[in-house]
Design a protein around this ligand. Sequence first.
Ligand SMILES: [Zn+2]
Length: 272
Amino acid sequence: MRLFQVESITEDIFRIKMPYVCVYVFEGRDRALVLDTGWGYGDLKSVIDSVTTKPYDVIISHAHSDHYGGASQFNEVYMSLPDKNGYLNRLKNDIRPRIMRNALKKDNFPVHNPLFVDPIPKAIKYYSNGHIFDLGGLSLQALHLPGHTLGEMVFLIPERRLLFTGDACTDNTMIYFDHSAPLSAFRESLLNILKIKEQYDTVLLSHAPYQIDKEIVDSNYYWVEEILANRDDQLIIGDNDGQPIYTARDRRKSYPPLQSLGNIRYSQNLKY
Ligand SMILES: [Zn+2]
């Protein structure tokens, strides 16, 4: 497994893959934008500088260590206000080595502590729902999709008909942390994303498979409705700090294509 691997999605959108997670670079006519900063393991900044020569902003989609870990390599990063507290708490105690080792256990990837950059960012700027980052001929519109974390943001890139959902809406959306939002709030915000369904064709993710069919949003909506109505499979697959983690869809069962696209891992105490 290579530490950084750059691939282009379109001529102006790049994905930098690193172990377990990826970062996106969007390059407009005037500016570029870096979406997430990975683990902060190794020198991401020099990879970005080899991808674009334009001035750029750096945005954190949500306050998890595999997304904010490299923030200190940049002069300032944008983050949503609801994720700030969890972020600052986690910075006090650098959890990146433990989380990265856990995530990469099955790949036998060696994690060397000296390769982590300083976890403390130089400056944080806040952004919120509706914020448009205009890069010149290419733009990203921030949309609040709470669930996985309280403040997670997803982005519509209308010029390329893409929706980035990060960890907020995936084939395995995880909503069971102490800093997750209730499933009812996730459901409400998914409805807002479904209202703009005609504006995107493909969904970009932060983890493998990295992009997915646009119906993933409908599939998550289907499953959150099932959970809230107590009709999902309710299979216990582990625990988080003593609280059982349930999965909505038992992967051993067969379901129609739309339903088998998405899945939600959740905690029962996060329904409302
Ligand atoms: Zn996450």
